[in-house]
Design a protein. Sequence first.
Length: 119
Amino acid sequence: MIRSLRGRHGPLMFHQSGGCCDGSAPMCFPAGEFRTGASDVLLASLAVDGVPEPVEFWISKSQWQLWKHTRLTVDVVPGRGSGFSLEAPDGLRFLIRSHLTPTPTLTGRRGNDESLDQP
């Protein structure tokens, strides 16, 4: 999905907020389209096979405080997500899967599954 979106939209980024409804799902945008600032944390720059540049994954500081002891994995599943996220017209949506970890760290993971290991 990320390779396909990259081919259609150019470089990409993710942002994970702590909002309600679709705001609790990771949103994919063309890189730089979503303005990040002092209230956001860059978790990782993801290396995705077939994508020439890293895909930055941002999270709001308030959400990071709640999730800093979890390992986050970006997944894509059938369904309709937010109209603002790039995958929405494809009938798919990004989703975060989480698992508790003992200590928070900010590290990315490289792999074909387009995962992000984050506390």
